[in-house]
Write a protein that binds this ligand. Structure first.
Ligand SMILES: Nc1ncnc2c1ncn2[C@@H]1O[C@H](COP(=O)(O)OP(=O)(O)OP(=O)(O)O)[C@@H](O)[C@H]1O
Ligand SMILES: [Mg+2]
Length: 405
C-alpha cells in the first residue's frame, strides 16, 4: 500500500469528511481522469489539422489577446483542481495589463494556457477561448491550435519571462549557447554568426556591461539580477509582439527591480508591443500597468483601469489588498492582513469564494456566485456589496480607521 493512500484512506469516524478518500474513490477518480485526459490529448495530437479549424476573428481589432470564459483544470488523483475557472479579459495592443492576486489564484496558469504550456497531461484547457492576433495578421484560437503550429507562435510572437529566473536557465550550457539557440530556432535565415551578434546586442540592450564576457559564462557565474536580465534578453531576442512577464522582479532588489521595469517599458514602446505583467506587488502595478485584473481563487473578481482599481476599488478583496500595502500612515505600525483562507480548490462552494473572509456580507452573498457588475465602461467587479454599497477608496478607509482609534 502506498503511503499517500494510507494517509488519505477514509475511516469510520471521518466518513463525513470530504477531504478523506477511500481507495475505491481514489481509483474511481483516477479512472475518470484517464478517460477525460485521453479525450483532450487525442484532440491535441491530431496531424494535418486544416488552418480554418483554428482561425478566428477578434471581437475588438484593437486587442492582441482576448481570453473568454477560460477554464483550465488539473485532473489530479484527489480531485479536479479548478485552477482557472471562467476568466475573461483583453490585452489591448500597446498596453500593459497587470494581473494581481494572492498565491495560487491562477495567474501563472492563465498565462501558461495562452502559451499552451500548462503541465500535461493532468492540466487541460477544458472550456473557453483564447484568441490571439499574430504578426501575420491572422487571428488564432489558441485552445484549438495543434502543438506543432503553436511552436511557431511561441517564441516568435509571444515571449515569456518565467517566474523563477534561478531555475529557468540550463546550468550546464553557457549563456551564449542558450541565447543563440533561441535566435537560431525562431529567426528565419539566422546563422551562427548572426545569432551571436544578436545575442550580444540583446545583452547590451538589457544593460549588461561586458556582454562578450557574459556570453561565454555559465549561469552560476552570474548574480540573480544578471540572470534575470539574461532571461529578459532571451525573451526579447525575437522581437515579440506580446511579452508575458511572470513575477519578473520578485528575485531582485529594489534598485535592479526599477531598472528592469523601466527596461521592459522602454522595449514595449520601441516594438509597440503589449505586456501581461503578473505580480504580487501592487507598487509595480501602480507604476507600470494601464489596466488591472484582480484574480481570486481562479476567477476574476475585479478589473478596470489602474486609476479605478487603486482609487475606487469595488470588491472587498481588492480593498483588502490595497490596505495590505505597507504605508507610513498606519497608527500602530501594523500591516493590515485579510483574515481567513481561500477555499479548497477541489471543493469550491457555490456562493462567492470570498464569503468566509468578507466583512461586508449581504444576504444575497449566500446565494449564487455574483455576476460582474459594471461601474464604468472599463470597471467591473463580481460583488453584491459594491452593487449597493457606497464608493470606497482605500485612503479614505485608512483615515477613517485612524480617526476611530
Ligand atoms: N501541475 C499542477 N498540478 C496540480 N495543480 C496545479 C499544477 N499547477 C498549478 N496547480 C494549481 O493551480 C492553482 C493556480 O496555480 P498558479 O501557479 O496559477 O498560481 P499563481 O497565482 O501563479 O500563484 P503564485 O503567485 O504563487 O505564483 C493552484 O491551486 C495550484 O495548486
Ligand atoms: Mg505564479
Amino acid at each position: 500500500m502506498n503511503i499517500k493512500r494510507f494517509f488519505t484512506r477514509k475511516t469510520v469516524e471521518d466518513e463525513s469528511n470530504p477531504l478523506y478518500l477511500t481507495l475505491r474513490e481514489e481509483m474511481r477518480i483516477s479512472r475518470e481522469n484517464n478517460k477525460i485526459i485521453k479525450r483532450f490529448e487525442k484532440a491535441k495530437a491530431r496531424k494535418n489539422v486544416p488552418e480554418e479549424e483554428y482561425l478566428t476573428t477578434m471581437k475588438n481589432p484593437d486587442n492582441v489577446v482576448e481570453f473568454e470564459d477560460l477554464h483550465t483544470f488539473f485532473f489530479t488523483d484527489v480531485g479536479t483542481v479548478k485552477a482557472v475557472n471562467g476568466v475573461s479579459f483583453d490585452v489591448p495592443q500597446g498596453k500593459i495589463v497587470g494581473i494581481v492576486g494572492e498565491s495560487g489564484c491562477g495567474k501563472s496558469v492563465t498565462s501558461l494556457s495562452l502559451m499552451q504550456l500548462v503541465q500535461e497531461p493532468q492540466g487541460q484547457i477544458v472550456k473557453g477561448s483564447i484568441r490571439y492576433r499574430a504578426s501575420n495578421g491572422k487571428t488564432y484560437e489558441i485552445t484549438k491550435m495543434p502543438r506543432n503550429r503553436m511552436l511557431q507562435i511561441r517564441g516568435n510572437d509571444i515571449a515569456m519571462i518565467f517566474q523563477e529566473p534561478m531555475t529557468s536557465l540550463n546550468p550546464v550550457f553557457r549563456i551564449g549557447d542558450q541565447m543563440d539557440e533561441v535566435v537560431l530556432l525562431h529567426v528565419e535565415g539566422a546563422t551562427e554568426k548572426s545569432a551571436k551578434a544578436r545575442s550580444i546586442e540583446m545583452l547590451k540592450l538589457v544593460g549588461i556591461a561586458m556582454p562578450e564576457k557574459i556570453y561565454d559564462q555559465y549561469p552560476h557565474e552570474l548574480s540573480g539580477g544578471m540572470r534575470q536580465r539574461v532571461m529578459i534578453a532571451m525573451a526579447l531576442s525575437c522581437d515579440p509582439r506580446l511579452i508575458i512577464a511572470d513575477e519578473p522582479t520578485t528575485a531582485l532588489d529594489v534598485t535592479i527591480q526599477a531598472q528592469i521595469l523601466e527596461l521592459l517599458r522602454e522595449i514595449k514602446d520601441k516594438i509597440n508591443g503589449s505586456i501581461m505583467l503578473i505580480t504580487h506587488d501592487l507598487g509595480v502595478i501602480a507604476e507600470m500597468a494601464d489596466l488591472v485584473v484582480v484574480m481570486y481563487a481562479g476567477r476574476i473578481i475585479e478589473q478596470g483601469t489602474v486609476r479605478e482599481i487603486f482609487h475606487h476599488p469595488k470588491h472587498p478583496y481588492t480593498i483588502g489588498l490595497m490596505r495590505s500595502k505597507p504605508s507610513g500612515k498606519t497608527v500602530d505600525n501594523r500591516l493590515y492582513s485579510i483574515k481567513g483562507q481561500v477555499p479548497n480548490p477541489i471543493n469550491m462552494p457555490d456562493h462567492c469564494y470570498f464569503l468566509n473572509r468578507c466583512d461586508r456580507v449581504q444576504p444575497e452573498c449566500l446565494g449564487e456566485y455574483p455576476p460582474m457588475f459594471w461601474h464604468s465602461p472599463d470597471h467591473c467587479a463580481a460583488c453584491y456589496w459594491s452593487k449597493t454599497g457606497e464608493l470606497c477608496d482605500d485612503e479614505g478607509e485608512r483615515e477613517k480607521e485612524s480617526n476611530d482609534e
